[in-house]
Design a binder for this molecule. Structure first.
Ligand code: UDP
Length: 244
């Protein structure tokens, strides 16, 4: 069993980056069905208002702290946990897939970005087995899930934004067998080279969110007031309760 803490009632797994990667590898090698969530503060605040989303987070087999806000909220509880960024984790999973012949499906982002991502990855990892790719602007989940099943994919990346990707992955898990899925937000935009990754200084300080907001000011309303509110709620939670 992986160690777990709770932030405002939501489960976060406590493990090192390589342990998280090993967990996914073991699950894939054993043909298990798992859902991985890369969680951030906006997701927790949104899940409080959305029971279906909340259930998807609750029943996910692995929840790793993508946002720096999660790391800070854990710190309020006296827990030191490294950030496991979705974009880094996705890269590691791609390398793992290339080495272990996993069958990868890439679902999400705009059509041209999804296409570009496939080209970039095929160029970089010729041995990578991408068995299915589709943009994220589809109407019928069931059709896509059916296509994923037919493709034989055992590792599914979904980059549809939250909560869409978590709800999709939960549905996928309920229908398929031996599939690991992970929700990756805007990661395809970065991995395809369409959006620049935050420079190292921002990453070091945990300020990727600031970099993204400066680049795309329309994101401002997603962060404010959600992020300060999340931190306030997390302080109240830490004062009132303990990590499990
Ligand atoms: N997206 C998608 N389908 C949708 C809505 C969004 O594929 O219906 C994609 C969008 O193109 C982007 C990603 O999902 O690539 C979400 O990016 P966002 O920046 O919102 O996610 P975050 O990283 O903040 O979770």
């Amino acid at each position: 069993m992986i160690k777990t803490a709770k932030i405002q009632g939501f489960k976060i797994n406590l493990l090192k980056y390589n342990e998280a990667l090993d967990f996914v590898k073991t699950s894939l090698d054993n043909g298990e069905n798992i859902q991985i969530v890369t969680i951030n503060p906006e997701m927790i605040e949104a899940a409080k208002q959305n029971p279906e989303f909340s259930d998807a987070l609750k029943y996910a087999e692995l929840v790793v702290p993508d946002g720096v806000g999660i790391k800070i909220a854990l710190k309020f509880k006296g827990i030191n946990q490294e950030q496991i960024r979705g974009v880094d984790f996705a890269k590691s999973l791609i390398e793992l897939s290339a080495k272990n012949s996993y069958k990868l499906a890439l679902v999400g982002a705009k059509p041209e970005i999804n296409k570009k991502l496939v080209e970039v990855l095929k160029g970089k990892y010729p041995e990578l087995n991408i068995v299915y790719a589709h943009d994220g602007y589809f109407k019928n989940d069931d059709e896509i899930i059916d296509d994923i099943k037919k493709s034989g994919a055992n590792l599914v990346f979904t980059a549809l934004g939250a909560p869409k990707q978590e709800l999709f992955n939960a549905k996928l898990k309920s229908i398929t067998q031996g599939v690991a899925s992970i929700g990756l937000g805007g990661t395809f935009d970065v991995l395809s080279g369409s959006v620049k990754l935050a420079p190292p200084i921002y990453r070091k300080l945990g300020l990727e969110w600031l970099y993204r907001t400066l680049k795309q000011p329309e994101r401002f309303k997603r962060i404010f007031p959600t992020l300060p509110l999340f931190l306030f709620h997390s302080i109240m939670d830490a004062v009132g309760g303990k990590a499990e």
